[in-house]
Design a protein around this ligand. Structure first.
Ligand code: ACO
Length: 312
């Protein structure tokens, strides 16, 4: 059972936080941030703006893009780790915001920065089981909820935003979500995790080392599984954590940098929203064209990592 991408949308909060803005509030420099991360700016949600607010706008835009209403959607899966409320799920709240009346299921997936690959994995499984006709996949994060402006090594790395994709079942043999692979290693908990007081504990250099091997490993695994090589892939959309990680991964895969979608310079790391936002951005700006093959590697807290192969 195949699927087809039929709609996409995204949302970025109005407030832009530049590296120069950080220079004013902490001991850092634009030069350090650009050199170590490739980031120039990121979007920060307003204080009263929630993950659900952002998710609902992105979802509304995706529905508009697809020419559908929420009641045309059979299931909503949201990748998020930063919801303000422990319950109900962001997915159910989005259904409420958009006025759904069909009692369709909705739930959240907590996979940190790999969350959207875990969500794609779920969507692929539901399509394969023939259980749903249309699935909306949302990635939405308010990472600023976790930022500690006394910790310069993590505060500059993250941003807020949301993206949404709508996939429809296809019996024509066309495959939107061609393949997915997700992995986790709980023994690496200490490397990167949230704390009980809602902060980020991260060993940056160790996380970096893992990221530059795990993302290419997942990418290679999924290409091998699909029987293709990097030359068959039109674009790679890596998790947008750090430009140096992205460049190093591309080098390991022998993939030209011009074929890598990069948004980390403007959006920074939006965790579970990152890949969905980047795909939406690339489609909106005509960078990625209909029918192209996208390789989607990601990694994050857990550790978790994985990859997806998508034809848009
Ligand atoms: N401005 C200026 N100096 C800084 C800053 C800053 N914002 N942050 C740290 N420094 C300093 C450190 O204090 C240190 O100074 P010292 O040598 O005097 O002690 C120096 O810069 C070097 O610090 P390192 O941590 O070794 O710097 P590194 O080159 O490793 O870069 C970075 C740090 C950018 C965090 C890098 O390690 C990285 O990107 N790691 C991966 C992080 C990541 O991707 N995290 C997200 C994972 S996804 C998820 O699930 C959330």
């Amino acid at each position: 059972m195949g699927s087809r991408l039929i709609g996409y949308g995204s949302y970025l909060p109005e407030k832009v936080m530049t590296n120069q803005d950080f220079e004013k509030i902490m001991d850092t420099t634009d030069e350090w941030i650009v050199q170590r991360t490739g980031m120039h700016q990121r979007h920060f949600a307003a204080e009263n703006e929630t993950v659900v607010d952002m998710a609902a706008v992105a979802a509304g835009r995706a529905l508009e893009n697809a020419g559908l209403t929420i009641d045309d959607i059979d299931m909503v899966v949201v990748a998020t780790t930063s919801s303000e409320l422990d319950f109900p799920s962001v997915g159910v709240q989005v259904l409420g915001r958009l006025g759904a009346t069909r009692n369709q299921p909705a739930f959240d997936v907590r996979g940190a920065c790999t969350g959207y690959i875990y969500a794609l994995h779920c969507a692929r499984a539901f399509f394969a089981a023939g259980m749903h006709q249309r699935i909306m996949l949302i990635g939405a994060e308010k990472m600023t909820r976790f930022l500690d402006f006394d910790d310069r090594s993590t505060a500059v790395l993250f941003g807020d935003g949301a993206g949404a994709l709508i996939f429809e079942h296809s019996s024509s043999g066309y495959s939107g979500i061609i393949d997915t692979v997700v992995m986790a290693d709980g023994r690496e908990f200490d490397m990167l995790h949230g704390t009980p007081d809602h902060k980020i504990s991260m060993n940056g250099p160790e996380t970096y080392k893992k990221a530059v091997t795990l993302m290419p490993d997942a990418a290679n695994y999924i290409m091998e599984h699909a029987g293709i090589t990097a030359s068959n892939v039109d674009w790679i959309i890596p998790h947008q954590a750090n430009l140096r990680i992205i460049q190093s991964g591309a080098q390991r895969l022998g993939f030209p940098l011009e074929k890598i979608v990069v948004t980390v310079d403007r959006h920074a790391n939006t965790s579970g929203a990152s890949g969905v936002l980047a795909l939406s951005y690339a489609l909106d700006n005509g960078i990625i064209k209909k029918g192209q093959l996208i390789l989607y590697p990601a990694f994050g807290s857990g550790l978790t990592w994985g990859a997806a192969l998508i034809r848009v």
